[in-house]
Write a protein of this length. Structure first.
Length: 284
């Protein structure tokens, strides 16, 4: 069950301990997907600054990028704009033994494209009709599809936007489209409600993640996903480290002949050892 708004922030030690436990389970899930030849798609949608990106980062932190892939597509090219709408997303779907995380997805049409007028009313209505059919075809073909909507309150979204403006490490995350979501809050709310009416189906339901408290949101989302997939632990193969060779007379190249990078670290004073830019938490 999602955490209620206003719930106290999880203590760091509690959060980190549970995150580590869940990440171990994600490794087991990954190995099960690879062993069984399963195909898993996880859709991350929601309000701007609701915590989708940080949830994806924690999700993939210890996983194999050859098995788990993030699909974060840019705006369509002129050629892609003339294709069947779902075509470029189909190209990103997993093959057997793969997991794909969609950082935004085909639901762009029901959100930003509708609100900002990037699609016609006819294209939008066609999407609402086709999307449930498209997802039903995926599920009937055996693909595991999970859809998560990250929610955030208006005040918390504004606070995070202001923090991004002031933070040189996160300023790049704030686009003109993100800023446009501030005066159009109600428009995005109506778009989300309409989208849920048409696409929250028994075959492919939406699950809402309360993102006001990021730590809780990440743990809740990952725990729910793990509980929804019937994975099991695949025993790893036995691994033995081979003995070191006795040597064959090889002599290492004289370091004076190599172009080593300068020792920048040696120039740092002890006062830098505990430095954290701005004293920020960075969402840990």
């Amino acid at each position: 069950m999602a955490a209620k708004r206003g719930t106290a922030r999880l203590p760091r030690e509690v959060y980190e301990a549970e995150l580590a436990r869940l990440q171990i389970e994600l490794v087991k899930l990954q190995e099960w997907v690879r062993h069984e030849g399963a195909r898993l798609v996880v859709v991350f949608e929601g309000r701007d600054a609701a915590g989708k990106g940080s949830a994806i980062k924690r999700f993939t932190e210890h996983l194999n990028p050859r098995v788990v892939r993030i699909a974060a597509l840019p705006r369509p090219t002129d050629r892609e704009a003339t294709q069947w709408y779902f075509q470029r997303y189909v190209a990103q779907l997993p093959a057997a033994g793969e997991i794909v995380l969609f950082d935004r997805s085909w639901y762009n049409r029901a959100g930003v494209e509708r609100v900002l007028g990037f699609c016609t009313p006819e294209q939008y209505q066609r999407f609402l009709r086709h999307c449930p059919i498209f997802e039903r075809l995926l599920v009937e073909d055996g693909l595991l599809l999970r859809k998560y909507w990250f929610s955030v309150s208006r005040d918390e979204q504004e606070r995070r936007f202001r923090a991004r403006i002031e933070d040189p490490l996160r300023r790049w995350k704030l686009s003109t489209v993100d800023l446009e979501s501030v005066p159009r809050w109600d428009d995005y709310s109506r778009a989300k409600d309409d989208m849920f009416v048409h696409t929250d189906t028994p075959e492919s339901p939406w699950y809402v993640v309360d993102g006001d408290e990021k730590r809780r949101g990440r743990l809740n989302m990952i725990a729910h996903l793990l509980a929804s997939v019937p994975y099991r632990e695949i025993p790893p193969p036995a691994v033995a480290l081979p003995p070191r060779s006795r040597g064959s007379g090889y002599a290492r190249t004289d370091r004076r002949l190599l172009r080593e990078v300068p020792d920048h670290a040696a120039t740092l004073g002890k006062q830098h050892s505990a430095f954290v830019p701005g004293g920020r938490d960075f969402g840990l």
